[in-house]
Design a protein around this ligand. Structure first.
Ligand code: ZN
Length: 372
């Protein structure tokens, strides 16, 4: 079995479900491997057991590094029963099964294996900066902590190995998460006139969001911004008038829609009685498809995926939403071996051949960047 498949299996068997995360477990596997290959490795804990990891291979010149990035956490298993052990990394035919196989331990493994091969060639004009983040699934918390701590170096391009079935994509949406809440006055449920019902205050605001559109011109690759209400809660028991209620609103933005406008547009509909708090606000990523490095990535990936890539965008967000602006907005490509439609699914799996293809493609992209 090839190195990238072996490493993917080892990482899938290493549980990093977020919450709580325990990303240090993955860092303990890949850190020493990369050190042995000649990388300088630093760990950046955002909390106990929740390391992000940066591994640097220095270059000889002033040319900035290529950043290759992946997250180390996975989403929970969900309520549905799995047909296979979600931490077993079983291989059946051409598929490898387990939580995180597509999103995105396969991508992480492909970066590590490709980076080791590049390091074995020596030092080129540019180096590599591998950024493995904790807590992506809860709003890029690990990546944001790295940015806030000033832990990043210089990068002239960013490759994100999130699942795209190895199709190189040049844009993804941003995200604004908003908590909408109301307060009231509690009373006995049999005497509602003595209280003030927080649920009745919140409900019309949430109902008004059904079918809401931000309008504005569509982005040519990303389409339009979207809004969904993901959670709603309120009260403590059935026989009390609730004195609180809250809802979580998930907005996915395209370039041109900023977090401030998202808040004010929701506020216009929700009215004064609803308090809005921004929990996460990360911008979209959009790289000029005519950028020379993008053309080079397309050229490398074309024979590997068997078709000529066209500029495409993705609805989901990635750590690039935090990392790319912090690097000064270098060209950014999202390309990884997982299948996007397998992410967060029960019975998640990934394609074994696509793991090999990704490792090969990443090696060639990194080799050319480093001019080796
Ligand atoms: Zn992911």
């Amino acid at each position: 079995m090839s190195d990238v498949v072996e490493l993917t299996r080892e990482l899938v068997r290493t549980e990093t479900i977020n919450p709580p995360g325990h990303e240090c477990r993955v860092a303990r596997i890949v850190g020493p491997r990369l050190e042995a290959a000649g990388f300088e490795v630093t760990k950046h804990p955002m909390a106990e057991g929740r390391d992000s990891l940066i591994a640097r291979l220095p270059g000889n010149g002033d040319r900035p590094a290529l950043c290759m990035t992946a997250h180390m956490d996975t989403v929970p298993l969900g309520r549905e029963e799995w047909e296979r052990d979600p931490l077993g990394a079983d291989i059946d035919g051409a598929r490898l099964y387990g939580r995180g196989s597509s999103d995105m331990k396969g991508g992480l493994a492909a970066i590590v294996v490709a980076a080791e091969r590049v390091a074995a060639l020596g030092h080129g004009e540019a180096g590599l900066e591998l950024v493995f983040c904790a807590a992506e699934e809860t709003g890029c918390e690990g990546a944001r902590a790295l940015v806030d701590a000033g832990a990043l170096g210089k990068a002239g391009a960013v490759l994100v190995a999130e699942p795209t079935s190895n199709y190189p994509c040049v844009a993804h949406k941003g995200v604004v998460w908003v908590e909408a809440s109301t307060t009231g006055r509690a009373s006995h449920g049999s005497m509602p006139h003595l209280g003030e019902n927080a649920v009745f205050k919140l409900a019309p605001a949430i109902a008004a969001l059904d079918g809401f559109s931000f309008g504005g011109p569509e982005h040519e690759l990303l389409g339009e911004s979207t809004l969904s209400v993901g959670t709603i809660a309120g009260g403590v028991n059935i026989n009390s008038v609730p004195d609180w209620a809250s809802a979580g609103i998930d907005v996915r933005t395209v370039p041109g829609l900023e977090g401030d406008e998202v808040l004010s547009r929701i506020g216009e509909l929700a009215g004064d009685r609803v308090r809005l708090e921004r929990i996460v606000d990360l911008p979209p990523v959009s790289t000029d498809p005519g950028d020379p490095w993008v053309a080079e990535v397309f050229e490398v990936m074309e024979p590997l995926i068997g078709e000529r890539p066209e500029p495409r965008g993705l609805a989901y967000f990635t750590d690039a939403a935090a990392l790319t602006p912090a690097y000064g907005t270098p060209p950014t490509v999202i390309c990884g071996p997982g299948d996007a439609d397998q992410a967060h699914q029960t019975n998640e799996s990934c394609s074994v051949p696509l793991l090999e293809v990704a490792a090969e493609g990443f090696f060639e992209i990194a080799r050319r960047w480093c001019r080796l």
